[in-house]
Design a binder for this molecule. Structure first.
Ligand SMILES: CC(C)(COP(=O)(O)OP(=O)(O)OC[C@H]1O[C@@H](n2cnc3c(N)ncnc32)[C@H](O)[C@@H]1OP(=O)(O)O)[C@@H](O)C(=O)NCCC(=O)NCCS
Length: 252
């Protein structure tokens, strides 16, 4: 997906606010308070000495317009972007191995432009994708006892409907996700454009922040982290598994 320039502009506004509130150079704020490093396809090490990041930062000082420079740099990098290392993908959902006992699920829209992936019409398709995903997990990650997810999406009823009823009980606000899509994704629609109303709300909140510690309050929705037992998922999607093994592994 190619993201719109407004998505980058919004993040640069946030980085500038961080510079004004916290004593740090703009390149540090762009690294720590935006998703731009990831969008350049540089991975998740956030290495300020990465040659591509250095090239971007060096260009900042010569750029007449920081936003234009950033977007041009992004467009030039789009082809080179690398996806995260996922074990398997089923439609909008994929998973990665967090460790031997935990799989991490991710969501990315793959529907055509006119179709809302979270609409009630598409719920049966989403559930079928998750059924296939957890069937794959059961067969290929037999040691997995927990499912981790972190996203602003867990705030949405439309997203919650895809998952077992009890799974939100484990939800906690995931702090300091300024570098990550699980926080910034809330400003995007399914086609990569910025949602004007949500962005305006954000900028309004941002203008009221007077302390760097409160920057997260600018975001209308927080990223939520969940890590429920995998047995809940097997139950919802009708996947047979060995309950006794699950109990022994989780100790629950
Ligand atoms: C997830 C995503 C596809 C939803 O975009 P969309 O299909 O255009 O969303 P829709 O306008 O059809 O909205 C679907 C529902 O979510 C709600 N919603 C969507 N964005 C919202 C937001 N930022 N705040 C509150 N509610 C929101 C809508 O109100 C709607 O709810 P309803 O069905 O109860 O009316 C889009 O935000 C996206 O691609 N984001 C970037 C990727 C991302 O965040 N991935 C997760 C990373 S962890």
């Amino acid at each position: 997906m190619r993201y719109s320039k407004e998505f980058f502009d919004l993040q640069i506004d946030f980085a500038r606010a961080a510079v004004a509130l916290i004593d740090m150079p703009i390149e540090r704020a762009l690294l720590d308070y935006t998703n731009i490093y990831v969008r350049f396809g540089l991975g998740r090490d956030f290495d300020q000495d990465h040659p591509t990041w250095r090239c971007y930062v060096d260009g900042l000082s010569q750029a007449a317009d920081l936003c234009d420079w950033t977007y041009r740099f992004y467009l030039a990098r789009t082809e080179a972007s690398q996806p995260q290392s996922m074990v398997a993908t089923f439609g909008c959902f994929s998973y990665a191995k967090q460790d031997a006992k935990c799989v991490r699920i991710h969501f990315q829209n793959i529907e055509p432009p006119m179709v809302s992936p979270l609409s009630i019409d598409r719920l049966p398709v989403r559930l079928a994708e998750l059924r296939s995903l957890f069937d794959h997990v059961r067969r290929n990650q037999p040691e997995a006892t927990r499912v981790a997810g972190t996203s602003w999406l867990y705030n949405l009823r439309a997203y919650q409907l895809c998952f077992p009823k009890g799974y939100m009980a484990s939800a906690k606000v995931a702090k300091s996700r300024f570098r990550n899509m699980p926080l910034w994704g809330q400003f995007l629609d399914r086609n990569g454009f910025v949602r004007i109303d949500i962005a305006e709300d954000f900028l309004q909140r941002l203008s009221n922040v007077t302390n760097g510690r409160d920057l997260s309050l600018s975001f209308p929705l927080q990223a939520l982290a969940v890590e429920p037992p995998i047995a809940q998922f097997y139950g919802l999607y009708g996947i047979e598994h060995d309950q006794r093994m699950s109990v022994l592994r989780t100790g629950e």
